[in-house]
Design a protein around this ligand. Structure first.
Ligand SMILES: Cc1ncc(COP(=O)(O)O)c(C=O)c1O
Length: 350
């Protein structure tokens, strides 16, 4: 697949310089077709019978395997979820931390992580988003590091594996801005969240949670798929592996769409996305103050970010503002062309 052929999969790219995959990735035509085909089948054949049920289970198995392959984990370590937020909630609810326990986060985490962390009831310690500051904030009460691998504000990468190894503490890695954007290896990380709708360009309300040791996390929100056996009291034998954290009925169309989206990207995806992000930084540098960052998000300062984002939208350039920071954020994917970046620069200069 050439970059041109890759772009042609995404109809929206014909019209919009789509630089907002950090929020929602563009949808590829094959992904939308897969959703539609599945829905049509349900419409015509009904949502009944052994075949329907088996197909749905097969889709779950295939998505689990595809996510596992993406992050270098075994499928038995992957739970399906609806989002990164969902994954964080599964972990925090399952860990059962109390007010004596501390969870260490940075000051640049998204609510998708901080919301579940705060709701856990544990004491939340906030460190600056620097490895030394994070290490300095560890205390004997720290029970969990909860950190983004790629900060949503700036695109900076935190050395999550090194932090895990240095502290010996369990880590919840918010992978919303890393999985699908940069190479991610979940080996040695306790929990890694995946958002399906962002860099993976999957349907909305899709995602996954990678759990290194599923047996050690309590199933706090059981669904029908959480149990392999249960009795009338509700007590149950958990399903083997991380599938025990799966939600109930995920729309089969969403599963089919996510599976297609996971299979689409070319093997040059990460290289190309990194190169386009670097190109974006270099092109913006003479015009605006660009924040340091290594991943596929590029953030820069603007006097009036709201007005600038609106003005760029009028020029069909899709970027976003990071609220309360004075920052505008550009997301560069493997589908981003030089022309997209030229259009961004031209619209800023206009
Ligand atoms: C770092 C980070 N974490 C979590 C989220 C929330 O992701 P989701 O919508 O998949 O829960 C986002 C979304 O922008 C994010 O950037």
């Amino acid at each position: 697949m050439t970059p041109e052929q890759g772009r042609a999969l995404f109809p929206v790219l014909e019209r919009i310089a789509y630089l907002n995959a950090g929020t929602f990735g563009p949808l590829a035509r094959p992904t939308a077709d897969a959703v539609r085909r599945r829905l049509d089948a349900d419409l015509e054949r009904g949502r009944v019978g052994k075949e329907y049920f088996e197909q749905m289970l097969e889709l779950r198995t295939s998505v689990r395997a595809a996510v596992a392959a993406l992050v270098g984990a075994g499928p038995e370590h992957v739970s399906l979820t609806a989002s990164t937020t969902d994954g964080c909630n599964i972990v925090l609810a399952g860990l059962e931390l109390g007010e004596e326990d501390e969870i260490l986060i940075t000051g640049e985490e998204h609510f998708g992580l901080t919301g579940p962390v705060f709701a856990s009831g544990a004491r939340v310690v906030v460190a600056a988003a620097e490895p030394e500051a994070i290490l300095a904030a560890v205390t004997p009460r720290t029970r969990l590091l909860a950190l983004s691998q790629v900060l949503w504000t700036s695109g900076r990468v935190l050395p999550v594996r090194e932090l895990r190894e240095t502290t010996g503490l369990p880590i919840l890695v918010d992978g919303a801005q890393s999985v699908g954007a940069i190479p991610v290896d979940a080996t040695g990380l306790d929990f890694v969240t995946v958002s399906g709708q962002k860099w993976l360009c999957g349907p909305d309300a899709t995602g996954a949670l990678v759990v290194a040791d599923p047996e050690r996390l309590r199933v706090a929100r059981p669904s029908y798929f959480s149990q392999s056996e249960h009795d009338p009291s509700g007590s149950f034998e958990p399903t083997a592996g991380a599938a025990r954290f799966d939600p109930g009925w995920i729309p089969p169309g969403s599963l089919a769409g996510l599976l297609t989206a996971l299979e689409l990207p070319p093997d040059w995806r990460f290289e190309r996305a990194a190169a386009q992000a670097q190109r974006c930084r270099e092109q913006l540098a003479p015009l605006v103050e660009v924040l340091p960052g290594e991943a596929t998000l590029v953030a820069f300062r603007a006097d009036d970010p709201t007005a600038l984002v609106a003005r760029l939208a009028e020029a069909d350039v899709a970027v976003r503002e990071i609220p309360d920071t004075g920052l505008v954020r550009v997301s560069c994917g493997w589908w981003t062309s030089d022309e997209d970046l030229d259009r961004l620069v031209a619209a800023i200069e206009d």
